[in-house]
Design a protein around this ligand. Sequence first.
Ligand code: 0PR
Length: 350
Amino acid sequence: MQRAEPQDFSRVLSSMCTEPHPTARDAAERFLATNPGDPGTYETVAKMEREAVDLLGQVAGLQDAAGYIASGGTEANIQAVRIARNRADTRDPNFVAPASAHFSFRKAADILGVELRTAPLEDYRANLDGVAELIDDDTALVVGVAGTTEYGRVDPIPALSDMATDADALCHVDAAWGGFVLPFTAHAWDFSDADIDTMTIDPHKMGQAAVPAGGLLARGPELLDELAIDTPYLESTSQVTLTGTRSGAGVASAVAVMEELWREGYERQYRQSQTNADWLAAEVRSRGFDVVSPVLPIVAMDLPHDLVADLRERGWRISRTEADEARVVCMPHVTRPMLQEFLADIDELA
Ligand code: 0PR
């Protein structure tokens, strides 16, 4: 059989991951055979993981951050719900998240036996009255999303964290995708803007690290300790991660790329991606299609079904929103020439 080659990114508009930065790729290869799940044996990569958390803390406005490099945003979100559940003083815990929250929270609810209460949206963001109505004495956690999966919207994080505080619940921010673009915007989203307890912020999305590199941050070690499980036969005495053995590739690549790009490199990338998203939105709108104005570099547009089918036929990878718009995520590999080619295909096919 012929050796399979990975797909290239030249027509991928649907992904929230991207080609790893060269320095991330190099570090991932070098550390492929290390296991930060056993820090007593793999000391170097364990030390790198602490650096990674420190760097993620810098991105998210938190000094002396606690946390770890997870397999992805899904694991980080599950673990945030688990922290809140373990800390809550109730037999029947629930958590409140906006309808825009990623489906990983549904996995968390299912696995952990915590009821998920879904709050309505208003202009694609959490409706605060709707959130308030769902909070009660058994609420362990209030979730806000900073960069929603479908439309790149940012929930009113300071107001949500105030509500969590009033209810003696924790506040978790899901910045899995938005965390590496929001520092260059005026949005209030990070630990310095609000009393946030935990955050998901993934190097393997806009951070340009190699998969798997998700990020879980916690305001302090006591929160992370809620996850600690004794590990009697390892040299280290406890483990907080959901996975046991895990590749050091994610950890090493996250450190390498953050050292390289934080902060000027990421800022340059954000400006380029945002400019591309704004440009694409204007171009598509000028052709008579409805577009949801991009707040962050994600564009949702109302294209006819058969046009989208024809574009797919030509190799374009485009995702759909639940409301049936075509969605383009302006990741680092999505360049202006690529979008020009995409528009030329629209013009030819429409
Ligand atoms: N939180 C948010 C806000 C997300 O957008 C995502 C993933 C997650 C959490 C979960 O992260 P992991 O997938 O790392 O566990 N959002 C995209 C999705 O599930 C991710 C994605 C990635 C989609 C690559 C397509 C793709 O090719 O739709």
